[in-house]
Each structure stands twice: as C-alpha cells, then as structure tokens.
Design a protein around this ligand. Structure first.
Ligand SMILES: Nc1ncnc2c1ncn2[C@@H]1O[C@H](COP(=O)(O)OP(=O)(O)OP(=O)(O)O)[C@@H](O)[C@H]1O
Ligand SMILES: [Mg+2]
Length: 253
C-alpha cells in the first residue's frame, strides 16, 4: 500500500508538486496522468526514494520515504523515464552488478535474469555493450533491472516507451501478474488508451495538483465523455485550445 499525503516538492523557486494526496492499495495498478511538466516524474522519484519530499508524508508498505529512503529502495522497483544504465557493460554484467548491489542471492538472480531475458527476447544482445543497443532494448534492460530483486511495489515512469507491441504485451502481463500477487503498481503514461485498459484507478495531475481521481469509468461518467482522452483534455482545459491549434496549423500550412 502506498500512502501519499500533502506531498510538496520544490526546486528552488519552482513548486513542482503542490500538496498531492492519494493512496494505492495492494493489488492495484494506479495510473498517473498529466501534461508535460505537471509533476508526475517528480512524484514518482519521491515514491521510489530517489529524491526527498520538501513537505508531506509518503509511506510505501509502511516505510517512510523521508526517514528510510534505503528501506524504500529495497522494496521498490523503479523505472525512470530516462534509463540509467552503464554504457560500457554488457546486459549480463549490468544485471550481475545490480544483483551484487542489491545483495540478491546468486541462484535467485540467475533464475530471474534468465526468465526476463527470455520473456523480453534479448538473448542475442547479451554480449554487446549497452551503449550500442537500440532504444527499446535499453528500455527492456532498465525494466528487467527494476524487477530483479522481486520488488513489492513497482514505480514505472512511462515504461512502455519504445517497447514493440510484443514486449508491451509482455510487460502488461507481468503487471497483471504483479497485481494478482497483491503488489502495488504506479504507472505514468501519455497513452491514455493504455491507461484506460491497464489501470484500476487513475489520478490526473495538472500544474502539480491532483485535479481528478477515480476509475477510468468513473472519470468518463463524471466528465460526460466517452474516452479517457476526452476526459483528460476536458480536465486540463486543453480541448478548445487543441481545436484552435489544429485550426491555426491548417491555415498556416
Ligand atoms: N531537478 C529539477 N530541477 C529543477 N526543476 C525541476 C527538476 N525536476 C523537475 N523540475 C520541474 O518540475 C516540474 C515538473 O516536472 P516533472 O518532470 O515532474 O514533470 P512530468 O509531469 O513528469 O512531465 P513529462 O510528461 O514531460 O515527463 C517542471 O516544471 C520541471 O521543470
Ligand atoms: Mg515525466
């Protein structure tokens, strides 16, 4: 269970997150939606124990991120929006490195590495340097490395980015399995159709504030819209603006 209460994060004069409150239950996939710069990644970095909050309280399965960020990192798997990988290592070397940093028992590590390598079909890249791999393959390596320690909670920042349809389906299956096992997942995406099919509940962040929350069905009903995309555009007041921009483009081009 993830509890976020009055979370505030400042970067100098910028207030990126302005008092957000939400919870993610065990066995729930929670989608974080919001326009560029609205505070999704900042929120997720705090949930993963990467950066501390300025104010407010965040607990992950009872562990306070401010008091025990290392404890949080031990039970959370985090995929950042830009993968942080060691370019000059091969995928296998990188997985072994993660294993030793996290203290994963050798046998369990090898078993998980093998399972994920097969699942994501990256066998043929195992001997190459990460720096030479394609965008999607690097994303797969980032995903695998986030799951090697069998995390209780997953924080995925636009993790479907760059994945081909087969790999996206595999990640989806993995997340559904995670949910079945009672683990919590926080998942940000700009692909609203994906959020609609994957997420049990979604929260819409706008300018650092949580402006709506509910199941995709509830939000559609509430906004009298047929798709989550229309709900999103309505909530973020983009609907008329988008029509205006499209019109201006038509006239200009
Ligand atoms: N390290 C930082 N230093 C200064 N400002 C930052 C830093 N990280 C984020 N911000 C600011 O915080 C705000 C929220 O950024 P954030 O990355 O959380 O947005 P986002 O919702 O993830 O956007 P996107 O959809 O583009 O990924 C932005 O105004 C951004 O410029
Ligand atoms: Mg982001």
């Amino acid at each position: 269970m993830i509890r976020v209460e009055n979370l505030v994060r400042k970067f100098g004069p910028t207030v990126a997150v302005k008092g957000i409150t939400f919870t993610v239950k065990d066995g729930e996939i929670y989608g974080l939606l919001g326009p560029n710069g609205s505070g999704k990644s900042t929120t997720m970095k705090i949930l993963a124990g990467i950066i501390p909050p300025s104010e407010g309280e965040v607990t992950i399965n009872g562990i306070d991120v401010s008091k025990n960020p290392l404890g949080v990192k031990m039970i959370v798997g985090y995929v950042p929006e830009t993968p942080v990988l060691y370019e000059s290592l091969t995928p296998v070397e990188f997985f072994n490195f993660i294993g030793s940093v996290r203290g994963i028992p050798e046998e369990a590590l090898q078993e998980r590495v093998e399972t994920f390598i097969k699942a994501f079909g990256i066998e043929r890249y195992l001997g190459e340097m990460i720096g030479s791999l394609s965008f999607g393959t690097r994303q797969k390596i980032s995903l695998i490395s986030s799951m090697l320690h069998d995390p209780e909670v997953l924080i995925l920042d636009e993790a479907m980015n760059g994945l081909d349809p087969k790999s996206a389906r595999i990640l989806r299956e993995l997340l559904l399995q995670f949910r079945e096992e009672g683990r919590s997942v926080v998942f940000s995406t700009h692909v609203l159709a994906l959020a609609e099919t994957m997420c049990d509940r979604v929260g819409v962040i706008y300018n650092g504030e949580l402006i709506a929350e509910g199941t995709p069905e509830e939000l559609k009903e509430f906004a009298h819209e047929e798709s989550l995309e229309d709900v999103f555009l309505k909530l973020t007041e983009s609907q008329e603006e988008v029509v205006g921009i499209v019109q201006a483009l038509r006239e200009a081009l």
